[in-house]
Design a protein. Sequence first.
Length: 167
Amino acid sequence: RVMAAPSDGFVRAVSVRPGDTVRSGQVLLTLEDQELALERDKWSAEIAQLDKQYREALSKDDASQIVIARSKLEQAQTQLDLALRQLDRAQLKAPIDGVVISGDLSQAIGTPVKRGQELMTLAPDRRFRVVAEVDEQDVAALHEGQPAQVMFAAFTERPLPFAVTRV
């Protein structure tokens, strides 16, 4: 799984490096979120003000002002919800239990990232699907159930055994 930047921003903190085991929901990396926090605070204050206007319109029983105030209040609530979602996405969390196989950003704190930029790659924890391209001359030597080994750069301790499941 490729972890990409959800928006333009700057790297604030990095919690993992290649080779680290991660659990689903664990924070991998945090982007700067000061602007998003200010946006959240702005819309919270706006909602408080619009709620007051809405209550005043209700107390005066002014139907047109009630409709206007309610629509402005709903719009502000939508903007607040958007800011909260963006604030939550400033923390990149692991979608699966797995191992970080690429993306050493420990020296990248403070550097800019662009939306969609690949930051890290995760592999399922000790469960891999290996797709090997074999020259057609050598395919005859393969058969289902044949034992084999694979070694990944992130795991330097020993090769991992597997069996051929399909040729």
